[in-house]
Design a protein around this ligand. Sequence first.
Ligand SMILES: NC(=O)c1ccc[n+]([C@@H]2O[C@H](COP(=O)([O-])OP(=O)(O)OC[C@H]3O[C@@H](n4cnc5c(N)ncnc54)[C@H](O)[C@@H]3O)[C@@H](O)[C@H]2O)c1
Length: 322
Amino acid sequence: MRVLITGGGGFLGSHLSDAFIARGDEVYVLDTGSIIKVRHLLDSPGFHYVHDSIFNLELLDGLVAKADLIYHLAAVVGVEHYVADPYQTLNVNVNGTQNVLKAAYKYNKRVVFGSTSEVYGRNPKVPWSEHDDRVLGATSVDRWCYSTSKAVGEHFCFAYHKMGLPVVVLRFFNVYGPRLDRLDVGRVFTIFMGQLLRGADITVVGDGSQTRCFTYVTDAVKGMVQAGLKQEAVGEAINIGTEVETSILEFARLMIKLYGASKSKIKLVSQEEIYGSSYEDIPRRVPDTTKMRTLLGVTPKVSLEDGLRLTIDWFESEQQKG
Ligand SMILES: NC(=O)c1ccc[n+]([C@@H]2O[C@H](COP(=O)([O-])OP(=O)(O)OC[C@H]3O[C@@H](n4cnc5c(N)ncnc54)[C@H](O)[C@@H]3O)[C@@H](O)[C@H]2O)c1
């Protein structure tokens, strides 16, 4: 099978590429970013890296035409980006997604779309099942543009599905693992990891009582692969995550414990100090994973402690390589 992964040079895409290459499939990655997360695959005969954008329509058309299955993961991701550059976030996540769906519709190719737990916004009723409401703030607050951009992407997916396109929407819940982001930027793990390695204090935003359900990447990738293969998944939105809720304070303490010889202590910092006044944190974010288990046949297996140990070890060894 020939699999096209837009954004395949990113964190999830690189692990998904590993999974399809291990199955003996052919993988085409289309990504504007660096090859660093897939450099170990560059010598695999079935792996192809196309350094270009989903806005190059002619190229996209050619790649979609020869693919059997498409994962659309290309997006502007990360709080720092959607607060700093809402235009780019909306443009790539909405107009770019439309480009991919339009090409897939032309050739009738299945698309698995990478959406997010952010679409539920701050709905206080957890756990969230896929039909639960989206509860968001005002459009004048940039922080909501990522959630909205992904929800528009989902609406386009369902609109194309109504016209006959096989589409699956996956909503990821805080997936982490080796190759996540650069140290000190991006998501909570890499920010804490950078601080741990430097012996700096771990900056927990707010009082640290906000919770997340952290999902180790191999568990998420199992769900992603099945979403591309299983007929029952077509036309569905499916949460990809664990139901194990961990507060950010507990997460920071666990990282300090597992890292061992750290001088780092926990320091509480205000939300405004880190993200400015246009940010608003979500107090609890918990998926109902029934559909993941029943439609995809995947139950997450890796505990937070085991997953964190593997991820911390990977980042430490990368740092030692320099
Ligand atoms: N990792 C998570 O926990 C998580 C959570 C929610 C949603 N998601 C979604 O899953 C997908 C993958 O996330 P990730 O964690 O791997 O993020 P990532 O930032 O590592 O990957 C996104 C990739 O998209 C690429 N990209 C951006 N603009 C592009 C363009 N115009 N053309 C081609 N490529 C472009 C980037 O270079 C990057 O490599 C994203 O769509 C994201 O919104 C991930």
